[in-house]
Design a protein around this ligand. Structure first.
Ligand code: BGC
Length: 329
């Protein structure tokens, strides 16, 4: 299911190059077509596509079995290289075996497989970002804002900040790590905190709204800070406050991660206080350049791969002061 057309779009913006002589075929496999950040990352990848390069995009609707079948089909169709956003990052073996058997390099992205798996074969790569960094930066951004006198976050005046965490999918490298480092950084920065709840909302705005509504009720609107593992869940929290008709000055400070279009817009409107930019343009370009080099059988040494396999793009803090520079990135 979800097999979209072959596109050979030529657009400006992402390292436009000429690739005339032979046609290159790339297969891009996404874990789910409804994930906001992932869709935007894939749009950025599509903008990188140059003449003579065909890309087929498929989405697995969160089923690893579907994704394995999609990979098999793409290989039968003759792709030169695959970019795979695993559904289950602990179950890459079927895909790795197919790649080895057919000698097709794979660039995994966004959902990171463990080291023992990626080192199974030299032609396996990973493009993403460092989850620890995103958590740390979120903690710093929140601590900094809590320190500002103009931001009266401690609504009950007890000298402590009552917070909740909205977590991404269990088992995703970005979920556990972002939570841990965000909260620990806040504490290291001298903020006294009380955890009054947490919920797993699987990166999803609607699930976050439901869970947040329960937390608001349970704490009798006693939450002063919301740390969300991504922007969609931060926006789900905003939706819950909107539905509960709680006025702006009785709401907590809310922070996300990603800098998706909707996330940045919320920073502009101040419905969320900040986000951590997850560089989709940089990741898409790195994937594309690597894919082209691998498809052509060229050396990848100029791409500065860590341990010969990894490319990780840095995150950045975004708040009302610098948000505009990210909006038209
Ligand atoms: C992003 C999430 C996204 C997830 C998908 C994370 O890096 O922050 O927004 O849902 O990747 O795998």
């Amino acid at each position: 299911m979800g097999v979209l057309l072959f596109s050979s779009i030529s657009m400006a913006g992402c390292g436009k190059k000429e690739q005339k002589s032979t046609e290159i075929k790339i297969g891009v496999c996404g874990y789910d077509q409804y994930d906001t950040y992932l869709s935007q990352l894939i749009q950025c990848f599509d903008k990188c596509t140059t003449d003579g390069v065909n890309v087929e995009y498929v989405y697995a609707s969160q089923s690893q079995i579907t994704q394995n079948e999609q990979v098999e089909k793409l290989i039968t169709k003759g792709v030169d290289v695959l970019c795979v956003n695993l559904v289950d990052r602990t179950a890459p073996n079927t895909i790795i075996d197919l790649a080895k058997k057919n000698d097709i390099p794979i660039i995994f992205f966004n959902r990171e497989l463990v080291e023992e798996d990626i080192t199974q074969w030299p032609k396996l790569y990973y493009v993403g970002a460092d989850a620890i960094e995103s958590g740390r930066l979120q903690g710093e951004l929140a601590a900094n804002m809590l320190r500002r006198e103009s931001v009266n976050a401690d609504k009950n005046g007890d000298g402590r900040i009552q917070y909740v965490v909205l977590e991404g999918e269990a088992g995703h490298q970005d979920a556990i790590v972002r939570t841990e480092y965000s909260v620990n950084t806040l504490i290291e920065q001298g903020v006294d905190v009380d955890k009054v709840g947490y919920a797993i909302a699987n990166w999803n705005r609607a699930q976050a709204q439901t869970k947040m509504a329960q937390l608001i009720e349970r704490t009798e609107n006693g939450i002063e800070l919301v740390l969300a593992n991504n922007d969609d869940m931060a926006l789900g929290a905003v939706d819950a406050y909107n539905s509960a008709k709680i006025s702006a000055d009785e709401r907590p400070l809310i922070f996300g991660i990603d800098g998706t279009d909707v996330g940045l817009e919320a920073v502009v409107n101040k419905t969320i206080m900040g986000t951590i930019y997850n560089d989709k343009e940089g990741q898409a370009k790195a994937m594309y350049d690597l894919a082209i080099a691998l498809a052509k059988g060229e050396s990848v040494s100029s791409l500065n791969l860590e341990d010969g396999r990894y490319i990780r793009l840095p995150y950045a803090k975004v708040d009302a002061a610098n948000v505009l520079q990210y909006i038209h990135k």
